[in-house]
Write a protein that binds this ligand. Structure first.
Ligand code: PAF
Length: 287
């Protein structure tokens, strides 16, 4: 059974069977199908993914599922912002065809046992600081891709490591979908949009753009020949001085494999994660 969200024509489905019925009918008609997986609390960053899909695909499915498997025991699963009506209105206005908003039992029914793991790249950086995070992401994204079978799925470059883990998983498992990254959307002062920015106090919000500024400087100085080790130490001190309570990492990595790099020989990426108050902010830029 599906709900009709509004007069705009957006349909909301909650079961895999309903999702598959809609998508397979479109595919039979030859329509290109785009998928935008989200955990809701939609902001302009998500809407950039939606717009990319609307431009490239005849049909767009947005998924809304706060995935318990990607939250650690001390993380913010219980308080993660949830407002399905507002999210649905936003995607309806944008012209999305279908919202898949399954209940937890639909995705992980009684007895569910399988985990998709991407060892190596999934264990580094956020994988180290948030153990199990990428297992949860890879598992749910594999499931969503196999449930919807889109032609193309869109993910933000803001979560750069996640994007690389998903690309690797899709290649390794021969999942027949193209994974497309979409550029990070930023506030005027450079702060990357994130649902977790809602946790920042006004003072923390004012200090937070130092993350983007600092990794931008690291990228420039790396291109100018300075070593990652020196730049990482400099950046951590810079972030601490700007008010970040804890710096999980600032690092220069190969843009595809996420292996450490020493010199600007291939495309690289500066990635960082640091705590501002209750918010763990992540960001990255090309180097
Ligand atoms: O980036 C997110 O919002 C989530 O990690 C994703 C890809 C929707 C999987 O739950």
């Amino acid at each position: 059974m599906s709900d009709d969200a509004s007069a705009t024509g957006l349909e909301i489905v909650r079961t895999i069977a309903d999702l598959r019925a809609r998508v397979s009918a479109w595919r039979r008609d030859g329509d290109v199908v785009g998928l935008v997986p989200t955990m809701g609390a939609l902001h302009e960053g998500h809407m950039a993914l939606v717009r990319a899909s609307l431009e490239q695909a005849r049909r767009t499915v947005v998924t809304l599922f706060v995935n318990p498997a990607q939250f650690g025991p001390n993380e913010d699963f219980a308080v993660y912002p949830r407002d399905e009506a507002t999210d649905a209105a936003q995607v309806a206005d944008a012209g999305v065809d279908l919202l898949f908003a399954p209940r937890v039992e639909e995705v992980y029914p009684e007895g569910y046992a399988t985990t998709v793991r991407v060892p190596g790249m999934g264990d580094w950086l956020d994988g180290e600081f948030r153990p199990g995070f990428f297992d949860g992401v890879a598992t749910v994204v594999a499931k969503l891709l196999l449930q919807a079978l889109p032609d193309v799925a869109f993910f933000g470059e803001k979560d750069y490591q996640q994007l690389q883990v998903i690309k690797r998983m899709v290649r390794d498992l021969d999942i027949p979908a193209t994974i497309q990254g979409v550029a990070t959307v930023r506030e005027a002062d450079g702060l990357a949009l994130s649902s977790r920015n809602a946790y920042l106090t006004p003072e923390e919000r004012a200090a937070a753009p130092a993350l983007y500024r600092t990794i931008g400087r690291v990228a420039e100085r790396f291109a100018g020949g300075e070593t990652p080790a020196k730049l990482e130490t400099w950046a951590a001190a810079e972030l601490t001085a700007a008010g970040f309570a804890k710096v999980d990492y600032v690092t220069v990595r190969d843009a595809e494999t996420l292996e450490p790099v020493q010199a600007p020989e291939r495309p690289a990426r500066v990635l960082a994660a640091a705590w501002m108050g209750k918010a763990r902010l992540i960001d990255n830029v090309a180097a």
